[in-house]
Design a protein around this ligand. Sequence first.
Ligand SMILES: Nc1ncnc2c1ncn2[C@@H]1O[C@H](COP(=O)(O)OP(=O)(O)OP(=O)(O)O)[C@@H](O)[C@H]1O
Ligand SMILES: [Mg+2]
Length: 228
Amino acid sequence: MIALTDLVFRWPGQATPCLDIPDFALADGELVFLHGPSGGGKSTLLGLLGGVAVPEQGAIVLLGQDITRLSARARDRFRANHIGFVFQQFNLLPWLSALDNVLLPCTFSARRKQRAGDAHAAAARLLTHLDLAPSLWQKPAAELSVGQQQRVAAARALIGKPEILIADEPTSALDAPRQQIFVDLLLRETVESGAALLFVSHDARLAVHFDRSIALTDINRAMQESVV
Ligand SMILES: Nc1ncnc2c1ncn2[C@@H]1O[C@H](COP(=O)(O)OP(=O)(O)OP(=O)(O)O)[C@@H](O)[C@H]1O
Ligand SMILES: [Mg+2]
């Protein structure tokens, strides 16, 4: 599903790479928790997986396709078709309703729209499963609470059943009990959709909910060198 080999990435102007990952893989439907200290490169790694940035070396094979060999446009299309992202800041469009935010991936990707079937019904089903009351569905995203926005962001990532879900610290704005509830909901829906999930957080307490837990320090040689 996801296979990284010999990946090296540095930000412009950096003397040493921020990521140097010999090998990292995720199986179909696997639920993986990735943790590591702030500034360690977690978001950078997710950006590479999402095709937002390209490494200076190495392969990023997603669903059998090495995305480092694609043009920027083709990477964007690949991401829209196959990857659902839940960002730390959610990246919802504030003036759009909760429901329209969830429907967005279906307007960017014909494949997601087709896999969603009746997109409106799929969005309603996801929002219901994620426990967002129907009275909130037409509200602009900007008028929702943080926890509510998080659920909308999760529904948006899940609609149209992308094979890969990536979540970057989606719980950091919530208190502990709400974090727990959100992770449970996200995992339940991920399992139902059959996607593989890479969930990133610096909060190692959440790891118990996942099939596998990985420390970025254990797979990233760049970090091991800088820590020692
Ligand atoms: N756009 C950018 N341009 C240049 N350097 C960057 C950029 N984004 C991140 N970095 C640098 O790359 C390193 C890794 O940052 P990254 O955001 O990936 O860490 P992180 O593990 O996600 O941290 P956090 O837990 O705080 O979110 C940091 O040293 C950071 O300063
Ligand atoms: Mg980050």
